[in-house]
Design a protein around this ligand. Structure first.
Ligand SMILES: Nc1ncnc2c1ncn2[C@@H]1O[C@H](COP(=O)(O)OP(=O)(O)OP(=O)(O)O)[C@@H](O)[C@H]1O
Length: 284
């Protein structure tokens, strides 16, 4: 008898998700195989964070099902298989806590008011991997945005989750930090970790991620960036006309018109670069 295939990392079927009675996201169907790497995009309020919260048990399931590695997600009870990195801008950093203590938070310590030597070793190891060891005893209030993001990453990674969720890891950080974060995520993904992130940066997903989900209160499109990034999908997602420029193997998604009088006639490349454009297999 052949063994049953492993359950998907994420299985969302016919789900309505929200916080009160009205869903923020309706009719969501999303399957992610273990080892997948997905970016969720959409305008503000389109439900990107809500999608992430659906996987941590942080929002209400009004209809349908949500499971992670075969186990139904329970409200307020995040799975130990899931690591979550919040938006840096949304975090309260006034709390007097060091970088090492943030990393240790990710392990939890039950009812013990201390951490074991093994737990401290695990925290130090992940801080070293993220280049944060020199800052281990620094208060998080004294960190830059990029350092704070890495501290949150350390907290999410210290328990070695199988599914890593990141809310806007590319916002509010400089190019170098963005590059470093991407490099680390690619490394973790190559080691088998499933990664789901949200972003406003279409250029980032177009050039780096194999799969893209467009949200606008529902899943508008789901597929490889080169299949998804087309004007009708972007219109349905953002409610705006977006020009897609083809340049050899590159496709640039651009603002339709310059905002400033006197600006050049050609639209400035604004959002996405997509390789190898083909006729789209998606439907809106
Ligand atoms: N805790 C909450 N309680 C009630 N409504 C909420 C809560 N969190 C978010 N919402 C609402 O759900 C909708 C979608 O929010 P969500 O944060 O998922 O959007 P988003 O796409 O991540 O937006 P952004 O790009 O601005 O972060 C918004 O209308 C928001 O006001």
């Amino acid at each position: 008898m052949t063994p049953a295939p492993p359950p998907p990392a994420v299985r969302i079927t016919g789900a309505d998700l929200g916080y009160g009675r009205a869903p923020v996201l309706s009719g969501v169907d999303l399957h992610i195989e273990p080892g997948g790497f997905i970016g969720a995009v959409g305008p503000s309020g389109s439900g990107k964070t809500t999608l992430i919260r659906a996987l941590t048990g942080g929002c209400r399931l009004l209809r349908g099902g949500v499971s992670v590695f075969g186990a139904p997600v329970r409200h307020g009870r995040p799975s130990r298989d899931v690591g979550y990195v919040p938006q840096v801008g949304a975090a309260d950093t006034s709390f007097p806590i060091t970088v090492e203590q943030v990393a240790l938070q990710g392990l939890g310590n039950g009812l013990r008011p201390w951490h074991t030597a093994g737990e401290r070793h695990a925290a130090r190891a992940i801080l070293a991997r993220l280049g944060l060891e020199p800052l281990a005893r620094q208060a998080i209030a004294e960190l830059s945005g990029g350092e704070l993001q890495r501290a949150f990453l350390a907290r999410a990674l210290v328990r070695r989750p199988r599914l890593l969720l990141l809310d806007e890891p590319t916002s509010g950080v400089d190019l170098r930090t963005r590059h470093d974060v991407l490099h680390l995520l690619a490394e973790l993904n190559a080691e088998g970790m499933t990664v789901v992130l949200t972003t406003h940066d279409l250029n980032f997903v177009a050039t780096h991620l194999p799969r893209l989900v467009c949200l606008a209160g529902r899943v508008v499109a789901d597929g490889p960036p080169e299949a998804v990034l087309h004007p009708p999908v972007l219109r349905a997602t953002y409610g705006a006309e977006v020009r897609v420029i083809h340049d050899g193997n590159l496709v640039l998604v651009a603002d339709p018109a310059p905002l400033l009088a006197g600006a050049g006639q050609e639209p400035a490349p604004a959002a996405a670069a997509v390789r190898g454009h083909e006729e789209p297999p998606w439907s809106v």
